[in-house]
Design a protein. Structure first.
Length: 222
């Protein structure tokens, strides 16, 4: 049962990644400035997930932690932070967002130097710190959006959907990832994987749906 849940959840999430990437490329002119950064972030996420699955299934490597550390924590988190930094118009908020980007780079660099086996034992503290920085960045961006005239045409503003999607995913994942090391029973593992994949599926579905909302709204405006 657990293997079935994991296979179904993993396949569904990866198909969502692929669909989002392809649709963003096709409809990128409707999705606002700097959308190529989101495309890059989602592409790295998809490549990381597929690579680790293939390597494990072919028994080429047993431990794939290094791919997640470099691919997700190192690259994907950074790309999303840069995306929201570039979207900021307010000079003061833009400086704060730049500071958050710098804090993520410092967090990753110091952890790589100071944490033993950083690339081979998943660095929970580093991961949670970076997620916290992303959530702060998202809060600043959403607060700025709701206090601007963009709120009047929110369905046409794709960065809003990206922000809502990531907020849902990271807020949802933090508590279950925090308790993941305390899971022992098979029933607890089953619940963990159901919650893990459900949060990802719902979260990335928001990002996917936003592509169509933005495209349709932009077309009607034009």
């Amino acid at each position: 049962m657990m293997d079935l849940i994991k296979d179904f959840g993993s396949t569904t999430v990866n198909l969502l990644y692929l669909a989002i990437i392809l649709l963003m490329v096709v409809y990128r002119k409707y999705l606002g400035k700097h959308i190529e950064i989101v495309i890059a972030a989602m592409s790295v996420t998809f490549i990381t997930e597929v690579t680790t699955i293939v390597l494990q299934r072919l028994h080429i490597v047993q431990v794939t932690t290094i791919y997640y550390v470099i691919g997700i924590i190192g690259i994907v988190y950074l790309l999303f932070l840069v995306y929201f930094y570039k979207l900021m118009q307010n000079p003061q908020l833009r400086r704060i967002q730049l500071g958050i980007v710098a804090a993520h780079l410092i967090n990753f660099a110091l952890s790589a130097v100071l944490v033993e086996n950083f690339f081979y034992v998943f660095p929970d503290i580093t991961n949670f710190t970076s997620i916290f920085l992303i959530l702060v960045s998202l809060f600043i961006f959403l607060n700025d959006t709701f206090n601007s005239d963009k709120i009047l045409l929110i369905k046409a503003f794709y960065p809003f959907f990206v922000a809502v999607s990531l907020t849902f995913i990271y807020v949802g994942l933090v508590p279950i990832l925090f308790f993941s090391n305390r899971i022992d029973l098979d029933t607890e593992k089953l619940i963990f994987y159901i919650m893990l994949y459900s949060i990802n599926i719902i979260g990335y579905s928001i990002m996917l749906a936003g592509i169509f909302f933005a495209k349709n709204q932009k077309k009607s405006i034009i």
